[in-house]
Design a protein around this ligand. Structure first.
Ligand SMILES: [Fe+2]
Ligand SMILES: [Zn+2]
Length: 401
């Protein structure tokens, strides 16, 4: 996240050379940060090293001397300026930038805390469609609700064919998949996905057999006849469930980090045959052991293909995880009304649908997806626009931060 350069430079009490290769900056109102010469050199912000407009690095790894020992380090007009013995080059970084990207233990920890998701136990945060369209602040609140809680609802979205594409494009370009740009969930006789039947659906995420499964999923209820019974959606925050497994059953958690499940989508409807197979563990974590990704879709699982000694431990862990999901306190049941659109993070919320009966009526949903990183970008750029240093939550895209 780039620093707010138009703010006054952070105050520095002192700078101290700690070793040949390390300088310590003592911030006035903050714990000290230590910086290494290679780190400073390779991230030098002078115009020779960094392209001014794109912010991209101009130097090659070979341009950096293999040894870099400190000669001088001083603060000059809001910049830390460092010179090393091995070259004639003034390494420059703004104090803003250094404070923003300080990698002291405390700073790494406080940034990681800021990325923690929030678990919602009451109703879904809901928004009026026309207000989202008219007010950037309301639009931003809606994005934040999806960021914090993984789920939000928009009311009074006009029940027009393809309107959901317009709703999606307020965030980012629609992520087209094997189901096309917009998918219809309506009951029909010969189906390529069980979502089109009246049967209940188990908890799942959509398209876990993609390298990058969809981030946001929007489902717009464009028609729901009064005769239709049932069909409520159920959402569970699978990050919450994974963290519970980590706390209460660490051995099972470890197993689900290591053993790859198989996710697949194989069918041939004659028009566009599909043969997607992707093996990945159900849970991923970052270097601090925080959950960064969960993949779950029992209905789209293919044959487990792992060494035989892993098979039984895998299923033990798998069934425990599934059981925790079923009774998770993060469970939210919501039956959408005509004109409503649920917008949720497919990487974080597993969803299911209760059975329904059409009784001669029609139930039609239209859906779209948004790529997870496009979603993250939409929120972070809003924070920047508002000159807020706030960070997006862990969003399920397996990013380490
Ligand atoms: Fe789904
Ligand atoms: Zn430079």
């Amino acid at each position: 996240m780039p620093p707010a350069e138009d703010q006054p430079a952070p105050l520095v009490d002192s700078i101290t050379v700690i070793s040949d290769t390390t300088v310590e900056v003592k911030w006035h109102d903050h714990s000290p940060s230590r910086f290494h010469t290679f780190w400073l050199r390779y991230h030098c912000h002078c115009p020779d090293c960094k392209e001014v407009h794109s912010g991209m690095r101009r130097i090659h790894p070979d341009d950096v001397p293999k040894k870099l020992t400190l000669k001088t380090a001083e603060i000059n007009d809001g910049f830390l300026v460092v010179v090393c013995h091995e070259e004639v080059h003034s390494i420059r970084q703004s104090l803003h930038w250094l404070k923003t990207f300080s990698y002291s233990k405390e700073d790494l920890k406080s940034r990681a805390l800021e990325r923690n998701v929030v678990y919602k136990t009451d109703d879904i945060a809901s928004f009026e469609f026309d207000k989202i369209c008219q007010s950037e602040d309301i639009y931003f609140e809606w994005l934040q609700a999806m960021d914090k809680y993984g789920l939000a609802l928009i009311k009074n979205v006009p029940c027009e064919d393809g309107k959901v594409v317009e709703v999606g494009e307020m965030v980012a370009p629609v992520y087209e998949t094997l189901y096309g740009k917009v998918f219809n969930v309506v009951s029909k006789a010969k189906v390529t996905n069980i979502a089109y039947l009246e049967v209940p659906l188990e908890f799942h995420q959509d398209l876990p057999y993609y390298e990058s499964p969809p981030g946001l999923q929007f489902l717009h209820c464009i028609r729901l006849d009064p005769s239709v019974e049932g069909g409520a959606n159920v959402f569970v925050d699978v990050f919450h469930v994974a963290e519970q497994l980590q706390r209460e059953y660490p051995k099972y958690f470890e197993t689900l980090l290591k053993v790859p499940a198989t996710f697949q989508k194989i069918h041939d409807d004659g028009k566009r045959p599909s043969h997607f197979v992707y093996q990945r563990p159900h849970i991923t974590v970052n270097a601090q052991g925080k959950v960064t990704g969960v993949f779950w879709n029992a209905q789209a699982e293919g044959p487990l293909q792992v060494p035989e000694e892993m098979v039984e431990p895998y299923y033990e862990a798998y069934f425990k995880f599934a059981a925790l999901m079923e009774k998770s306190p993060s469970r939210i049941v919501y039956r959408m009304q005509q004109g409503e659109c649920v917008t949720f993070n497919n990487r974080r919320m597993v969803h299911s649908r209760q059975a329904f009966k059409l009784n001669g009526g029609v139930r039609q949903l239209q859906g779209i997806y948004i790529n997870v990183d496009d979603f993250k970008n939409a929120i972070q750029t809003q924070y920047l626009k508002r000159k807020s240093g706030q960070l997006v939550k862990r969003i399920g895209n397996q990013c380490y931060c």
